[in-house]
Design a protein around this ligand. Structure first.
Ligand SMILES: [Zn+2]
Length: 305
Protein backbone atom coordinates (compact mmCIF):
# COMPACT_ATOMS: atom_id res chain seq x y z
CA UNK A 1 0.00 0.00 0.00
CA UNK A 2 1.24 3.47 -0.89
CA UNK A 3 0.87 6.43 1.44
CA UNK A 4 1.92 10.02 0.96
CA UNK A 5 2.83 12.58 3.60
CA UNK A 6 3.89 16.18 3.95
CA UNK A 7 4.36 16.45 7.69
CA UNK A 8 7.91 17.77 7.36
CA UNK A 9 6.31 21.14 6.64
CA UNK A 10 5.25 22.10 10.13
CA UNK A 11 3.38 25.35 10.40
CA UNK A 12 4.79 27.89 12.82
CA UNK A 13 1.60 28.23 14.87
CA UNK A 14 1.26 30.59 17.81
CA UNK A 15 1.54 29.12 21.34
CA UNK A 16 -1.72 27.48 22.41
CA UNK A 17 -3.16 27.27 18.86
CA UNK A 18 -5.87 24.63 18.88
CA UNK A 19 -4.80 22.81 15.72
CA UNK A 20 -3.03 19.54 16.66
CA UNK A 21 -0.22 19.72 14.11
CA UNK A 22 1.76 16.97 15.86
CA UNK A 23 -0.82 14.30 14.99
CA UNK A 24 0.50 13.92 11.44
CA UNK A 25 3.98 12.92 12.51
CA UNK A 26 2.63 10.63 15.25
CA UNK A 27 0.47 8.84 12.70
CA UNK A 28 3.35 8.42 10.27
CA UNK A 29 5.57 6.94 12.99
CA UNK A 30 2.79 4.55 14.01
CA UNK A 31 2.26 3.37 10.45
CA UNK A 32 5.98 2.93 9.86
CA UNK A 33 6.34 0.78 12.98
CA UNK A 34 3.17 -1.32 12.51
CA UNK A 35 3.04 -1.87 8.78
CA UNK A 36 6.42 -2.06 7.09
CA UNK A 37 4.57 -3.05 3.90
CA UNK A 38 3.13 0.47 3.64
CA UNK A 39 5.38 2.44 1.29
CA UNK A 40 5.57 5.92 2.80
CA UNK A 41 6.53 8.58 0.27
CA UNK A 42 6.97 12.29 0.58
CA UNK A 43 4.30 14.08 -1.44
CA UNK A 44 5.15 16.27 -4.39
CA UNK A 45 3.42 19.64 -4.44
CA UNK A 46 0.30 20.01 -6.58
CA UNK A 47 1.13 22.04 -9.68
CA UNK A 48 -0.47 25.36 -10.64
CA UNK A 49 -2.31 23.56 -13.42
CA UNK A 50 -3.76 21.10 -10.91
CA UNK A 51 -4.76 23.78 -8.41
CA UNK A 52 -6.28 26.00 -11.11
CA UNK A 53 -8.71 23.28 -12.20
CA UNK A 54 -10.44 23.91 -8.87
CA UNK A 55 -9.30 27.22 -7.41
CA UNK A 56 -9.46 30.73 -8.83
CA UNK A 57 -6.22 32.30 -10.12
CA UNK A 58 -6.57 35.17 -7.64
CA UNK A 59 -6.77 32.78 -4.69
CA UNK A 60 -3.93 30.50 -5.84
CA UNK A 61 -1.74 33.57 -6.32
CA UNK A 62 -2.70 35.03 -2.94
CA UNK A 63 -1.66 31.81 -1.19
CA UNK A 64 1.56 31.51 -3.21
CA UNK A 65 2.65 35.10 -2.65
CA UNK A 66 1.42 35.78 0.86
CA UNK A 67 -1.30 38.18 -0.26
CA UNK A 68 -4.13 36.74 1.86
CA UNK A 69 -5.88 39.46 3.85
CA UNK A 70 -5.89 39.21 7.65
CA UNK A 71 -9.61 38.30 7.43
CA UNK A 72 -8.89 35.53 4.90
CA UNK A 73 -6.14 34.16 7.17
CA UNK A 74 -8.49 34.26 10.15
CA UNK A 75 -11.11 32.33 8.22
CA UNK A 76 -8.51 29.68 7.35
CA UNK A 77 -7.32 29.62 10.95
CA UNK A 78 -3.61 29.57 10.11
CA UNK A 79 -1.38 32.61 9.72
CA UNK A 80 0.22 32.73 6.26
CA UNK A 81 3.85 31.68 6.02
CA UNK A 82 5.94 30.15 3.22
CA UNK A 83 5.63 26.79 5.06
CA UNK A 84 1.84 27.14 5.19
CA UNK A 85 1.70 27.70 1.42
CA UNK A 86 4.06 24.81 0.72
CA UNK A 87 2.29 22.44 3.07
CA UNK A 88 -1.09 23.21 1.46
CA UNK A 89 0.32 22.45 -1.97
CA UNK A 90 1.97 19.22 -0.79
CA UNK A 91 -1.15 18.05 0.99
CA UNK A 92 -3.18 18.48 -2.21
CA UNK A 93 -0.34 16.77 -4.10
CA UNK A 94 -0.45 13.82 -1.68
CA UNK A 95 -4.09 13.17 -2.52
CA UNK A 96 -3.37 13.43 -6.26
CA UNK A 97 -0.65 10.79 -5.85
CA UNK A 98 -2.87 8.58 -3.71
CA UNK A 99 -5.68 8.71 -6.25
CA UNK A 100 -3.30 7.93 -9.11
CA UNK A 101 -1.85 4.97 -7.21
CA UNK A 102 -5.30 3.65 -6.32
CA UNK A 103 -6.40 3.83 -9.95
CA UNK A 104 -3.14 2.33 -11.25
CA UNK A 105 -3.92 -1.01 -9.61
CA UNK A 106 -3.14 -0.48 -5.94
CA UNK A 107 -6.85 -0.31 -5.20
CA UNK A 108 -6.29 1.47 -1.89
CA UNK A 109 -3.88 4.36 -1.27
CA UNK A 110 -3.86 7.32 1.09
CA UNK A 111 -2.75 10.76 2.07
CA UNK A 112 -1.63 10.93 5.72
CA UNK A 113 -3.16 14.40 5.89
CA UNK A 114 -5.69 16.09 3.59
CA UNK A 115 -9.45 16.01 3.68
CA UNK A 116 -9.43 19.82 3.54
CA UNK A 117 -13.08 19.96 2.55
CA UNK A 118 -13.90 23.46 3.80
CA UNK A 119 -11.78 25.06 1.06
CA UNK A 120 -13.87 26.71 -1.69
CA UNK A 121 -12.76 27.66 -5.20
CA UNK A 122 -11.92 31.19 -4.10
CA UNK A 123 -11.16 30.96 -0.39
CA UNK A 124 -9.95 28.79 2.44
CA UNK A 125 -11.78 28.11 5.70
CA UNK A 126 -11.67 25.97 8.83
CA UNK A 127 -7.99 24.86 8.67
CA UNK A 128 -8.35 24.18 4.92
CA UNK A 129 -6.33 26.07 2.30
CA UNK A 130 -6.74 24.05 -0.90
CA UNK A 131 -9.38 21.35 -1.41
CA UNK A 132 -7.18 18.28 -1.86
CA UNK A 133 -9.97 15.92 -2.86
CA UNK A 134 -11.37 18.34 -5.44
CA UNK A 135 -7.90 18.93 -6.88
CA UNK A 136 -7.25 15.19 -7.08
CA UNK A 137 -10.68 14.41 -8.54
CA UNK A 138 -10.16 16.90 -11.35
CA UNK A 139 -6.59 15.71 -11.90
CA UNK A 140 -7.77 12.12 -12.35
CA UNK A 141 -10.55 13.25 -14.67
CA UNK A 142 -7.96 15.11 -16.75
CA UNK A 143 -5.95 11.89 -17.01
CA UNK A 144 -8.91 9.57 -17.63
CA UNK A 145 -11.77 10.87 -19.73
CA UNK A 146 -15.22 10.26 -18.37
CA UNK A 147 -14.03 9.18 -14.92
CA UNK A 148 -16.85 9.29 -12.39
CA UNK A 149 -15.91 10.15 -8.84
CA UNK A 150 -17.73 9.63 -5.54
CA UNK A 151 -16.67 11.57 -2.44
CA UNK A 152 -17.63 9.85 0.82
CA UNK A 153 -17.06 12.50 3.46
CA UNK A 154 -17.38 11.14 7.00
CA UNK A 155 -15.60 13.95 8.77
CA UNK A 156 -17.98 15.26 11.43
CA UNK A 157 -18.15 18.64 9.70
CA UNK A 158 -20.01 19.14 6.43
CA UNK A 159 -17.90 19.09 3.27
CA UNK A 160 -19.20 22.50 2.27
CA UNK A 161 -16.28 23.50 0.03
CA UNK A 162 -16.42 20.22 -1.87
CA UNK A 163 -20.20 20.47 -2.26
CA UNK A 164 -19.87 23.99 -3.61
CA UNK A 165 -17.08 23.14 -6.05
CA UNK A 166 -18.99 20.18 -7.55
CA UNK A 167 -22.50 21.60 -7.23
CA UNK A 168 -23.24 21.51 -10.96
CA UNK A 169 -20.97 18.63 -11.89
CA UNK A 170 -22.84 15.39 -12.64
CA UNK A 171 -19.55 13.46 -12.88
CA UNK A 172 -18.78 13.91 -9.17
CA UNK A 173 -21.14 12.67 -6.44
CA UNK A 174 -20.68 14.29 -3.04
CA UNK A 175 -21.93 12.49 0.07
CA UNK A 176 -21.53 14.07 3.51
CA UNK A 177 -22.57 12.70 6.91
CA UNK A 178 -22.12 15.45 9.47
CA UNK A 179 -23.32 17.12 12.64
CA UNK A 180 -26.35 19.20 11.76
CA UNK A 181 -25.62 21.85 14.40
CA UNK A 182 -21.84 21.84 13.98
CA UNK A 183 -19.53 24.00 11.83
CA UNK A 184 -20.01 25.10 9.05
CA UNK A 185 -23.15 26.84 10.21
CA UNK A 186 -24.24 27.63 6.67
CA UNK A 187 -24.23 24.31 4.83
CA UNK A 188 -23.95 23.84 1.07
CA UNK A 189 -25.98 21.29 -0.86
CA UNK A 190 -24.09 18.05 -1.45
CA UNK A 191 -25.61 15.45 -3.77
CA UNK A 192 -26.51 13.60 -0.59
CA UNK A 193 -26.41 15.25 2.84
CA UNK A 194 -27.08 13.28 6.01
CA UNK A 195 -27.37 15.68 8.96
CA UNK A 196 -27.00 13.97 12.32
CA UNK A 197 -27.86 15.20 15.84
CA UNK A 198 -25.46 16.24 18.59
CA UNK A 199 -24.67 13.23 20.76
CA UNK A 200 -25.14 10.82 17.83
CA UNK A 201 -24.13 7.28 18.89
CA UNK A 202 -22.70 4.28 17.03
CA UNK A 203 -26.04 2.70 16.12
CA UNK A 204 -27.63 5.88 14.82
CA UNK A 205 -24.54 6.70 12.81
CA UNK A 206 -24.05 3.26 11.28
CA UNK A 207 -27.73 2.97 10.39
CA UNK A 208 -27.55 6.34 8.60
CA UNK A 209 -24.32 5.34 6.85
CA UNK A 210 -25.80 2.07 5.57
CA UNK A 211 -28.73 3.95 4.07
CA UNK A 212 -26.48 6.60 2.57
CA UNK A 213 -24.24 4.01 0.90
CA UNK A 214 -27.33 2.24 -0.50
CA UNK A 215 -28.57 5.52 -1.92
CA UNK A 216 -25.16 6.34 -3.38
CA UNK A 217 -25.26 2.94 -5.05
CA UNK A 218 -28.69 3.57 -6.55
CA UNK A 219 -27.91 7.05 -7.83
CA UNK A 220 -24.32 6.86 -9.08
CA UNK A 221 -21.78 4.56 -10.74
CA UNK A 222 -18.36 5.49 -9.40
CA UNK A 223 -14.98 4.65 -10.96
CA UNK A 224 -13.06 6.13 -8.03
CA UNK A 225 -13.91 6.85 -4.39
CA UNK A 226 -12.39 9.49 -2.17
CA UNK A 227 -12.89 8.68 1.49
CA UNK A 228 -12.52 11.40 4.13
CA UNK A 229 -12.01 9.37 7.29
CA UNK A 230 -12.35 12.14 9.87
CA UNK A 231 -11.58 11.08 13.44
CA UNK A 232 -13.70 13.88 14.83
CA UNK A 233 -17.02 11.98 15.26
CA UNK A 234 -15.27 10.24 18.20
CA UNK A 235 -16.69 10.86 21.68
CA UNK A 236 -13.32 12.17 22.88
CA UNK A 237 -13.19 14.92 20.26
CA UNK A 238 -13.29 18.55 21.38
CA UNK A 239 -15.16 19.78 18.31
CA UNK A 240 -17.19 16.80 17.12
CA UNK A 241 -20.20 16.83 19.49
CA UNK A 242 -20.91 13.18 18.61
CA UNK A 243 -20.52 10.06 20.73
CA UNK A 244 -18.99 7.45 18.46
CA UNK A 245 -16.78 4.86 20.14
CA UNK A 246 -13.52 3.42 18.79
CA UNK A 247 -15.47 0.32 17.74
CA UNK A 248 -18.16 2.39 16.07
CA UNK A 249 -15.62 4.29 14.01
CA UNK A 250 -13.84 1.09 13.03
CA UNK A 251 -17.19 -0.35 11.92
CA UNK A 252 -17.73 2.83 9.91
CA UNK A 253 -14.37 2.43 8.17
CA UNK A 254 -15.08 -1.23 7.44
CA UNK A 255 -18.39 -0.36 5.81
CA UNK A 256 -16.78 2.18 3.49
CA UNK A 257 -13.80 0.02 2.51
CA UNK A 258 -16.05 -2.99 2.07
CA UNK A 259 -18.53 -1.03 -0.04
CA UNK A 260 -15.73 0.01 -2.40
CA UNK A 261 -14.10 -3.43 -2.39
CA UNK A 262 -17.35 -5.28 -3.17
CA UNK A 263 -17.68 -3.10 -6.26
CA UNK A 264 -13.93 -3.14 -7.00
CA UNK A 265 -13.84 0.64 -6.98
CA UNK A 266 -10.37 2.05 -6.20
CA UNK A 267 -10.33 4.19 -3.08
CA UNK A 268 -8.08 7.11 -2.09
CA UNK A 269 -8.26 8.07 1.56
CA UNK A 270 -7.59 11.40 3.27
CA UNK A 271 -7.48 11.62 7.05
CA UNK A 272 -9.49 14.86 7.50
CA UNK A 273 -10.24 16.24 10.99
CA UNK A 274 -9.51 15.03 14.49
CA UNK A 275 -9.21 17.24 17.57
CA UNK A 276 -9.15 14.86 20.51
CA UNK A 277 -9.10 16.39 23.96
CA UNK A 278 -6.17 14.00 24.21
CA UNK A 279 -4.28 13.85 20.90
CA UNK A 280 -3.65 10.13 21.53
CA UNK A 281 -7.39 9.52 21.04
CA UNK A 282 -7.33 11.01 17.56
CA UNK A 283 -4.22 9.06 16.64
CA UNK A 284 -5.83 5.85 17.97
CA UNK A 285 -8.92 6.37 15.79
CA UNK A 286 -6.66 6.94 12.78
CA UNK A 287 -4.53 3.93 13.67
CA UNK A 288 -7.68 1.78 13.66
CA UNK A 289 -8.68 3.29 10.31
CA UNK A 290 -5.28 2.33 8.93
CA UNK A 291 -5.64 -1.24 10.12
CA UNK A 292 -8.80 -1.48 8.02
CA UNK A 293 -7.18 0.28 5.05
CA UNK A 294 -4.15 -2.01 5.11
CA UNK A 295 -6.39 -5.09 5.28
CA UNK A 296 -8.30 -3.98 2.18
CA UNK A 297 -5.09 -3.06 0.36
CA UNK A 298 -4.02 -6.69 0.96
CA UNK A 299 -7.24 -7.90 -0.63
CA UNK A 300 -6.52 -5.84 -3.72
CA UNK A 301 -2.98 -7.19 -3.91
CA UNK A 302 -4.07 -10.79 -3.48
CA UNK A 303 -7.00 -10.75 -5.87
CA UNK A 304 -7.06 -13.11 -8.76
CA UNK A 305 -8.26 -11.92 -12.14
ZN1 LIG B 1 -13.93 18.01 10.82
Amino acid sequence: MKAFYADQFVLPLPEGHRFPMAKYRLLRDLIASHWPEVALQQALPASDTELLRVHTPTYVQAVAQGLLSPAAQREIGFPWSPAMAERARRSAGATVLAARAALAGEGVAANLAGGTHHAYADKGSGFCVFNDVAVAARAMQAERRGLRVAVIDLDVHQGNGTASIFRNDPTVFTLSLHGEKNFPFRKEDSDLDVPLPDGCDDNTYLYALDHALDELDRRFDADLVFYLAGADPHEGDRLGRMKLSFDGLEARDRRVFDWAWQRRIPLAMSMAGGYGRDIATTVQVQHNTWAVAVAYAHRWHNRRP
